[in-house]
Design a protein around this ligand. Structure first.
Ligand code: CU
Length: 151
């Protein structure tokens, strides 16, 4: 009978462990893509913005939830992975656009009408990403931000 208390304790510990695993599992099982909120704003001729929340995420599956907060301006969102955090962005100042061909794009949300939402799924590796709008003049007007992805 000396074993009984120990067995009971083991059972209790096993139960507690099982409960912990059960609590932790749903988030993992669902793939739990990291949600990144992107809000775009600004009207033609004025300053424009692109904000990221959060601006630092862990590597893995992610979904960019993009909202165009402008009243009358169409926007878009492009995600590119930079070779390094300080890689110069190839800007074509004559065309007022970033030269996308020189960058590695992960995809984009195109033609986002004012007030509308869009999503882009991506599998993010550690590194620095540029998130921007490449409609003529919009990058220069401020529609860019960097996303840091950590291991
Ligand atoms: Cu734009």
């Amino acid at each position: 009978m000396t074993n009984t208390p120990r067995l009971a304790l083991s059972a209790l510990l096993a139960g507690a462990l099982a409960a912990t695993v059960a609590l932790a599992t749903p988030a993992l099982a669902a793939g739990a893509a990291t949600a990144i909120k992107v809000v775009e704003g600004g009207e033609g001729g004025g300053p424009m913005t692109l904000t990221l929340e959060p601006a630092t995420v862990k590597a893995g599956p992610a979904v960019f939830n993009v909202h165009n907060d402008a009243v009358s301006e169409e926007h878009e969102m492009i995600v590119v992975r930079l070779k390094s955090a300080d890689q110069p962005i190839p800007l074509d100042t004559a065309k007022h656009r970033v030269n996308e061909k020189e960058l590695k794009s992960l995809g984009e949300v195109e033609d986002l009408k004012p007030g509308k939402d869009g999503t882009l799924k991506a599998n993010l590796k550690a590194g620095t990403y540029l998130v921007f709008c490449n409609i003529k003049g919009h990058y220069e007007a401020g529609m860019q931000n960097k996303l840091t992805v950590t291991k």
